[in-house]
Design a protein around this ligand. Structure first.
Ligand code: MGD
Ligand code: MGD
Ligand code: MO
Length: 829
């Protein structure tokens, strides 16, 4: 084991994780000692597989996974590897096909009791017959507009088994359905940035870390915590970014690079790098940035030549900055200070520092997951344009370096394709009906609850009108909407209106609880597959060997939907006549063919048998500088914006005449804001629901022993400043009630110096465990979306505004209810 790997493991594995989970992440010496003591140290077989959490080897003994350890290649494995076993052997597994009692027996659809968690076990045939009958009924009685099967999410990894594709192909072969555009991650960012820089930017390859490390003098991490967030990847994660974080840390220590984290909270990355922080009040980055622009402009620190050559609309923007626009307000540092909480002098110093040296600005995504989330991203691009370093190595702007290994020099190799999501070309669905009854076929992803509650409503979206369809039935797979969507009580109201909800999952999430038919999928560890190793780096292709057979009555999604398609005679078309291993082999062989000219890959059989190594290595990548080609020649390599240039002012957006997204970036007050903003006299604390350090969203929350390493009195932690805790008589470890006018939840207090007054955090993905199905019932585990607000960012993106929410907290003194989130349904016979 390399020194860095050892150091990292020691640093990451908490004492409790090690004692609870066992020896697998100890140093090699300690592990060797443990193996001697183990009764079956040399027994069993080791198999390699990959996951969102990285590649690992698992020991299987007596048909059970007994040990898991990161692949030797992974120098910086995540502590979350410790939670994997608990996913397979969770008491919250969906064990059998289940149907909700009242939906089946009581009266029509029984929406009023949806969520009471009372279910009957049925056979696979009964369950699939019911699913088939319901889909038939909805297509016949209504039409494709009444069915929403378009939601997607963080399905487990594996290119063949990627479960959303299986569900959408099978349901789509039966009939058409309503679908979505955008996602919860970057809904606002991916909609605004094509107008400004010509691509989503959020999913674009970024300047390679070696270029940043050798050229940047300043690195600004704006609302960004990569050390926390690159523990997971969309495909099997390599964790190679951590090598660069270590180099960055060294350069910070030597004073060679200045890193500044612009964040209300001392992030994990800030603590790791020992870097500087500029504290900014939540949701007020835009006033701060406008004041930076004001300084750059009035002190003539901006790059006039760059703006003239590469950008449009500076002249339309500047009047707003200097106070000559309609609002007659100059956006001076003195104007910004009381809003954003950064001292006017510090704003000036920060602007001067950025202009003086090579500065790489790197945004995270949470800051666009708030009301008017389009604005900070647009304004960030304007500042980077004024600095004139876009397209230079170690300068300019990035919106993606905290994600899935962006910034690791990419190899350029092709990854394996996947199981098709759509009906095969030339084929039609059984119900060949494309009539959406005047409703929109596609809606902005986060507006689906609006559709159920206000069918027929017309909303603005990205320059067009959307008419929300009258949803009657949902089919959900590979995502957990009762974690990912906002405002649980509003969701409860909406779900009472639905006729039928079907969920396919391996974990009995709150989405299963609020469903009528639940089908047990197996986990990725119970099937064979392949994956790209390194989503953005293209480091290799990894074999995902099945570790154990599907537990209980669970089946692969492929199996489930083959059987479903048999009900209308199209199972052969669905599978294309191939079984699991034939598919895996063919995806691999296609990938080998695609890479033939540049990369050598062994034949499938050889690859599959490598066993312990278990992956094909594409070798070293090549450095890349974002926007360098545009900088070199903007005529030959124009951006994808309407003009081909950076658009500080967008005529197109201005032409939409939206109130909350106009021709250039602007400051708009929020519906709710702490630190003196609207509503803060009643609910003074801003609740941020950042992405969890020890989970992937809601995945792994069901992992019991691992959850015990962070839970507080069995509840999800809420992080709170010493000042706010003291003012409320709350001590570390206390049970607290978190509330606002939308809902209430129980959580366990973690008092931490990393949090400033007025800011609290509950990580998203904490499982929702309502005391009962009634409106307003307290959530017994601590899901932050119990209290968040369900509004669109603006007429442009209509994206989630999960981070626009304020609450208050009190010490909980009543009779403590048990946690209802875990352990599956109430079985009724
Ligand atoms: N308040 C707040 N809310 C948020 C966010 C936030 O920051 N704050 N972030 C948002 C973001 S960015 C995102 S991406 C979303 C994430 O939202 P989701 O993608 O919905 O979250 P996951 O918890 O990953 O849910 C995946 C579900 O799929 C199931 N699953 C996994 N693999 C398989 C499989 O092979 N077959 C089947 N049938 N099921 C499978 C898992 O058990 C799990 O229940 O949450 C959003 N919600
Ligand atoms: N461990 C782990 N990693 C993950 C995930 C996970 O679930 N677990 N999920 C993955 C997914 S799907 C996504 S979308 C990404 C999410 O990536 P992000 O959305 O970037 O991540 P967050 O952790 O929500 O927030 C990052 C930082 O933004 C700061 N922040 C929040 N609001 C504001 C604000 O108003 N102003 C400023 N200046 N800062 C603010 C927070 O304090 C935090 O330090 O992470 C990915 N990585
Ligand atoms: Mo996300």
């Amino acid at each position: 084991m390399s020194l860095s790997r050892r150091k990292f493991l020691k640093g990451l594995a908490t004492t409790s994780a090690v004692t609870v989970i066992g020896p697998s992440l100890l140093t090699s010496a300690a592990r060797a000692a443990e193996e001697v003591a183990s009764p079956y140290a040399s027994d069993g077989v080791w198999k390699t597989t990959g996951s969102h959490w990285g590649a690992f080897r698992a020991r299987i003994y007596n048909g059970k996974v007994t040990d898991i350890e990161p692949l030797d290649r992974d120098k910086y494995p995540t502590d979350m590897i410790n939670g994997v076993k608990g996913i397979i052997y969770s008491p919250s597994r969906v064990k059998y096909p289940m149907v909700r009692l009242d939906w089946l027996k009581k009266h029509k659809y029984s929406g009023d009791t949806r969520g009471n968690n009372r279910f009957i076990r049925v056979t696979w045939d009964e369950a699939l017959d019911l699913l088939y009958q319901e889909l038939e009924r909805v297509q016949k009685d209504y039409g494709p507009w009444a069915l929403h099967a378009g939601m997607t999410g963080w399905r487990q990894t594996g290119q063949f088994h990627s479960c959303g594709n299986h569900m959408q192909r099978a349901v789509g072969m039966h009939g058409n359905f309503m679908t979505k555009v955008g996602d919860y991650s970057t809904g606002a960012g991916q909609t605004i940035m094509p107008y400004v820089l010509g691509s989503t930017e959020v999913y674009a390859q970024g300047t390679s870390w070696p270029d940043i490390l050798s050229n940047s003098k300043n690195v600004i991490l704006w609302a960004n915590d990569p050390v926390k967030n690159t523990q997971v990847g969309w495909q099997c994660e390599t964790h190679d970014s951590y090598e660069y974080y270590e180099q960055l840390k060294e350069k910070v220590a030597k004073g060679e690079i200045k890193v500044i984290s612009v964040d209300p909270v001392k992030s994990k990355t800030q603590n790791f790098l020992s870097c500087d922080q500029i504290y900014v009040n939540p949701q007020t980055d835009v006033p701060f940035m406008l004041a930076i622009a004001h300084t750059l402009y009035t002190e003539e620190l901006y790059d006039k030549e760059f703006i003239d050559t590469y950008a449009l609309g500076f002249d339309e923007f500047i009047p707003y900055v200097v106070g000559e626009a309609e609002d007659k307000t100059a956006k001076t540092p003195e104007w910004a200070e009381p809003i954003c909480g950064v001292k006017a002098d510090q704003i000036r110093e920060f602007a001067r520092m950025m202009a003086k040296d090579r500065t790489q600005i790197i945004f995270g995504w949470a800051v666009q997951r708030q009301q008017h989330g389009e604005q900070p991203y647009w304004m960030g691009a304007v500042i980077a344009t004024m600095l004139g370093q876009i397209g230079l190595p170690g300068g300019g702007i990035s919106y993606s370096h905290h994600y899935s290994g962006v910034g690791i020099p990419p190899t350029g190799a092709s990854g394996p394709g996947g199981f098709p999501r759509n009906v095969d070309e030339g084929k039609k669905p059984k119900w060949d009906n494309d009539d959406f009854n005047g409703y929109s076929r596609t809606i902005p992803v986060a507006r689906w609850i609006d559709a159920i509650l206000e069918p027929g409503k017309e909303i603005n979206y990205n320059g067009s009108k959307v008419i929300l369809p009258d949803t009657k039935m949902l089919v959900v797979s590979g995502c957990n909407p009762w974690h990912h969507h906002q405002d649980r009580n509003r969701m409860k109201k909406a779900f009472q209106k639905l006729q039928t909800v079907v969920t396919i999952d391996f974990a009995w999430t709150a989405t299963c609880r609020f469903s009528d038919i639940v089908l047990p999928a197996c986990t990725q560890f119970e099937r064979n597959d392949i994956d790209l190793y390194g989503a953005y780096s293209g480091t290799g292709v990894i074999a995902m060997h099945k570790l154990v057979d599907p537990l209980y009555q669970s089946r692969t999604d492929f199996d489930i939907f083959t059987d479903f398609c048999r009900r209308f005679g199209r199972n052969k078309e669905y599978t294309r006549g191939m079984d699991e291993m034939e598919w895996v082999r063919s995806l691999y062989e296609d990938c080998r063919e695609a890479n033939k000219a540049n990369f050598e890959m062994p034949e499938f059989d050889k690859f599959w048998e490598i066993g312990e190594a278990g992956w094909v290595d594409f070798g070293e990548g090549k450095n890349f500088v974002r926007h360098a080609d545009f900088r070199e020649d903007p005529e030959i390599n124009p951006l994808g914006t309407p003009s081909g240039f950076i658009e500080i002012y967008s005529r197109k957006i201005a032409s939409y005449n939206y109130e909350h997204c106009q021709g250039h970036p602007m400051w708009f007050e929020k519906a709710e804001r702490s630190h003196g903003g609207p509503g803060s006299d009643k609910f003074p604390l801003w609740l941020q629901s950042c992405h969890p350090d020890q989970r992937l969203h809601s995945q792994m929350c069901e992992s019991e022993e691992y959850r015990a390493t962070y839970a507080v009195q069995g509840r999800e932690p809420i992080y709170i400043s010493p000042e706010d805790a003291k003012a409320r008589g709350i001590k570390d470890g206390d049970l607290v009630r978190v509330f606002n006018d939308r809902g209430q939840l129980l959580a366990g207090a973690r008092v931490s110096d990393d949090y400033p007054p007025g800011v609290v955090r509950i990580h998203e993905g904490a499982w929702y465990g309502p005391l009962n199905e009634k409106l307003g019932a307290i959530d017994t585990y601590g899901d932050p979306n119990t209290v968040t607000m369900d509004i669109g960012t603006s007429e442009l993106a209509q994206a989630t505004s999960a981070n626009t929410v304020i609450v208050d907290i009190e010490k909980f003194t009543g009779e403590v209810p048990p946690v209802t989130a875990f352990g599956g349904p109430i079985y009724v016979s």
